[in-house]
Design a protein around this ligand. Structure first.
Ligand code: ADP
Ligand code: MG
Length: 261
């Protein structure tokens, strides 16, 4: 179809046959401070192309800041981050944010625009896509997230879970190589969480590279290729879900798991 992009797409309609071309991230000695407060104290992390990395850890440990460094919503004070070998620190932020999408806890949809328009706006404003084409792509991405019939609804008339799926459709519309998810189910009513997590699991299966900050330990165990435990601005442990959840090494991770599991 004319609207199809080279590395989409998801959803029941398209089956599981298509595959994303996820990018690889290499994070080296990344440091970040807010004023005097050192928030990231030298983070090293590899995220292989097409894999899901879940980042867990106590509040204030620097998880959101690390994600924000990955698309330069904040600028690291030191170290390097490479996307498929290319340093993101020298890329134009607008270009970078097309390649590295982000989904937030509070959706950040425009309340006065419909779901379809919210997805289209990213395409017409950032990708400079003509409206007709943007409409076709936006409709396809809303179909992918199971909201084909909700395109003309404003956010306020959608459930939180549907709003979050619109936000994911908006991120997907950019054809990113990586998507960052920052506690995207934390603001949802419990019965709406599963639909969003299932969609994320599907994206992961289809080869999207994903970095997911989450408190959903079940999701991390089930879906993650790699789990990273952060505390006080550092990665304390990283490994497979089995290693992290069944065989934690550090006292800090054991204490954290005892509190959250
Ligand atoms: P997490 O996502 O793990 O809860 P954050 O990355 O949000 O952690 O925050 C790490 C630390 O940085 C915390 O101590 C937090 O208070 C501080 N912090 C976060 N954002 C800002 C900001 N914009 N200005 C000043 N301090 C901040
Ligand atoms: Mg956070």
């Amino acid at each position: 179809a004319a609207a199809a992009s080279p590395h989409s797409t998801v959803g029941a309609a398209s089956g599981d046959s298509r595959h994303f071309k996820g990018g690889a991230l290499q994070i080296r000695d990344v440091r970040m401070a807010y004023g005097e407060l050192d928030v990231l104290k030298g983070v090293d992390l590899d995220i292989a192309a097409g894999t899901v990395t879940c980042i867990i850890g106590p509040s204030g440990s620097g998880k959101s800041t690390l994600l924000r460094c990955m698309n330069r919503l904040v600028e690291p004070k030191g170290g390097d981050i490479r996307l498929d070998g290319e340093s993101i620190l020298v890329m134009k932020p607008e270009k970078l944010r097309r390649r590295v999408g982000m989904v937030f806890q509070h959706f950040n949809l425009f309340p006065d625009h419909t779901a379809l328009e919210n997805v289209m706006l990213a395409l017409t404003k950032i990708k400079k896509m003509p409206r007709q084409k943007a409409r076709r792509v936006a409709e396809a991405r809303l179909t992918d997230v199971g909201l084909a019939a909700r395109g003309d609804h404003r956010p306020a008339s959608l459930s939180g879970g549907q709003q979050q799926r619109v936000a994911i459709a908006r991120a997907l519309a950019m054809d990113p190589e990586v998507i960052l998810f920052d506690e995207v189910t934390s603001a949802l009513d419990p019965e709406l969480v599963k639909g969003v997590l299932d969609l994320m699991a599907t994206l992961g299966r289809q080869g999207m590279t994903m970095a997911v900050v989450t408190h959903e330990m079940g999701f991390a165990r089930r879906v993650a290729d790699q789990v990273v435990f952060m505390d006080e601005g550092r990665i304390v442990e990283a490994g497979s879900p089995q290693q992290i959840f069944d065989n934690p090494q550090s006292e800090r991770l054991k204490r954290f798991l005892a509190e959250v599991l």
